[in-house]
Design a protein around this ligand. Structure first.
Ligand SMILES: [Zn+2]
Ligand SMILES: [Zn+2]
Length: 351
């Protein structure tokens, strides 16, 4: 995401100047050719399309704005109230019944209040737009949850024993970069992308691993084995793979196809963690199933030419920088729920 951001920023800056030139001169020509209807309508197309290009560039810059969050202690409910106040007119104009179900006893969290306000504004505006044809109720709720790291924590930095990064920024699971390892079995080889969430061993196997085949999992860069030959999966007796997480010890998992067991002792010993969960639910048109996995990707849009599709990617980036997680559930014709989870203690939930 961040290298894509830098690329986008570079491209956007480079394109902005020539676009300004095109716009200036085509507007100038428009004035000079007032009596030529045919040329006028052609020039108007140029002017309008150039303006549209500038909007896309602006969206790119928004996405690329790699501003580091300025974090301070803040009250999530107060931030949501501020966001709602900003778009109060829009809520009223759309005749939306906005219901707040707040846990009034939330602990304060260390966040960038401005960035999160922007997130809530965008999510509620999206919910209003989704409610254009059906649905008139939007619910924003907050709650405190205590969760086991298993099934929650995200691995963001996995390395081989020689220190090569195993992170794959291109193959993602639920928007998250995955852990890529090489698989070798009797002459064939391929790659496996592992789910970065601790406890979710949903392997995207590029190659089928059977328990009795002679296989090896290795680092794609140096081919060092990532199988711990001294260990067996406590659940099924299959082989155990491992990788290192700098500063947070060793991560292990069952290498058997379909095996679910994983272990991350350094995180387990820290015990349960507290999270603030924020949900924005609408009863609008919903999101088609085939789009659900893509909506947080930059440039994905379902709004046709109205948007550049960067809104949700920007939101994803902000939540990611808060070590949080954003997910979506949706049923077409029934509405959508966006769920944000923020860690209460700082710098947790990911390593
Ligand atoms: Zn390596
Ligand atoms: Zn197993």
């Amino acid at each position: 995401m961040s290298s894509l951001g830098r690329l986008a920023a570079g491209v956007a800056h480079e394109i902005n100047n020539p676009l300004t030139g095109i716009l200036t001169y085509s507007c100038y020509l428009l004035k000079r050719t007032k009596d030529n209807k045919e040329i006028q309508s052609d020039l108007e197309v140029i002017v309008n399309e150039t303006k549209r290009s500038r909007e896309i560039v602006k969206g790119l810059l928004d996405f690329a704005r790699q501003s580091v969050p300025k974090k301070n202690k803040a009250d999530i409910n107060a931030i949501i109230n501020k966001a709602v106040a900003v778009i109060d007119n829009q809520i009223k104009a759309a005749e939306i019944d906005l219901i707040r179900e707040f846990d009034e006893n939330l602990p304060q969290v260390v966040v960038d209040a401005n960035q999160l306000e922007q997130v809530f504004i965008n999510l509620i505006v999206n919910a209003i737009q989704a409610s254009e044809e059906e649905g008139s109720k939007i619910t924003v709720s907050t709650s405190l949850m205590t969760m086991d790291p298993y099934g929650v924590y995200q691995v963001k930095n996995a390395v081989c024993p020689k220190g090569h990064s195993l992170m794959d920024q291109t193959v993602k699971i639920n928007g998250m970069p995955t852990i890529r390892v090489k698989v070798r079995t009797e002459g064939k080889s391929g790659f496996v992308n592992l789910d970065p969430v601790y406890g979710l061993n949903r392997n995207n196997f590029g190659i089928k691993i059977d328990a009795d085949s002679k296989y090896d999992l290795t680092c794609p860069k140096c081919d060092t084995s990532l199988l711990d030959k001294t260990k067996k999966c406590p659940k099924c007796g299959g082989a155990v793979y491992f990788y290192e997480i700098p500063g947070k010890g060793r991560f292990e998992g069952c290498a058997q196809s379909g095996g679910e067991w994983q272990s991350w002792p350094e995180i387990d010993k820290e015990g349960k963690k507290k999270f603030i969960v924020i949900k924005v639910t609408d009863e609008g048109c919903g999101i088609p199933q085939e789009n659900l996995s893509k909506i947080f990707e930059p440039f994905f849009t379902t709004k046709g030419q109205r948007g550049t599709g960067l809104g949700l990617a920007v939101i994803w980036g902000i939540i990611d920088k808060h070590d949080g997680r954003i997910t979506v559930d949706s049923k077409q014709g029934q509405g959508s729920t966006f769920t944000i989870r923020l860690p209460v203690e700082k710098d947790t939930e990911s390593y």
